[in-house]
Design a protein around this ligand. Structure first.
Ligand code: UDP
Length: 239
């Protein structure tokens, strides 16, 4: 392929919900395979891919807490859920012959490697996909914050947030037919207009470290590759 990637290193954030496909809970292997294919295309054109996967398809601390569990215990369960998703994603990627490593913010000897920034960068340079699991390792954070944190740490060119809609809208496009998509937003616009793209911690982290975020629809075939070669999919959030 002659397509010259615009980005050398990206941090892709997939929500746990994206892995469910048509199901209500858990992981749909067909969806994983399709994502592995899309990620493989990036690796194929020489882009280094770091991945953060959520856990919302399995457990969320806030929901467990609402049902009566201790919040911190719930968050621990949520973080463990992201490790399970990461293992499933590694399996899908490796079945597509894409060399993949899983690191965890919480040490889990014998299952995954403990997160090590310098090692992750070495692995990325070697062309491995590196999945950063267990979020930030701390309760009260989200995997969006983990994605922004790891993206900044590994010096990614951009954080790519995959969602169910193709960007950020003035209103919920599923409910309001007049909703307009933003091509571009500043961090401050996202904060001022209280656009719930990501939690405040994540947006503030990106603002403070000038990390651009692109929100796009992962269900649109080829969208990921389009972005990486420089097309204007979804919404770009930057300074
Ligand atoms: N979580 C946490 N700390 C982190 C990241 C995640 O405690 O740094 C927990 C939290 O309970 C969260 C759950 O893990 O609800 C799953 O992550 P998230 O909700 O971000 O997943 P997503 O919505 O992306 O599927």
């Amino acid at each position: 392929s002659k397509s010259q990637p615009k980005y050398k290193r990206v941090l892709l954030k997939l929500s746990g919900e994206a892995l469910m496909g048509e199901e209500d809970f858990g992981i749909d292997p067909k969806v994983m395979d399709r994502m592995a294919l899309e990620i493989g295309q990036l690796v194929g054109i020489g882009v280094q891919v770091g991945l953060v996967i959520g856990g919302g398809n399995l457990f969320r601390g806030a929901s467990l807490h609402a049902a009566g569990l201790d919040r911190v215990t719930g968050d621990h369960m949520g973080m463990l859920a992201t490790v399970m998703n990461a293992l499933a994603m590694r399996d899908a990627l490796e079945r597509s012959n894409i060399s993949t490593r899983v690191m965890s913010a919480i040490p889990m000897s014998g299952i995954v490697e403990h997160y090590d920034r310098r090692r992750a960068i070495r692995d990325l340079k070697d062309g491995d996909v590196v999945i950063f699991s267990a979020g930030t390792g701390n309760p009260f954070f989200t995997t969006d914050s983990a994605a922004c944190l790891r993206g900044i740490e590994i010096d990614a060119d951009v954080v790519l947030k995959a969602t169910k809609v193709d960007g950020v809208y003035t209103a919920d496009p599923m409910k309001d037919p007049d909703a307009q998509r933003y091509d571009r937003l500043t961090y401050d616009q996202v904060l001022d207009m209280k656009l719930g793209v990501m939690d405040l911690t994540a947006i503030c982290l990106c603002r403070d470290h000038n990390m651009p975020v692109r929100v796009f629809d992962m269900n649109k075939a080829g969208a990921l590759t389009n972005i990486v070669v420089g097309s204007d999919e979804g919404t770009l959030i930057e300074e």
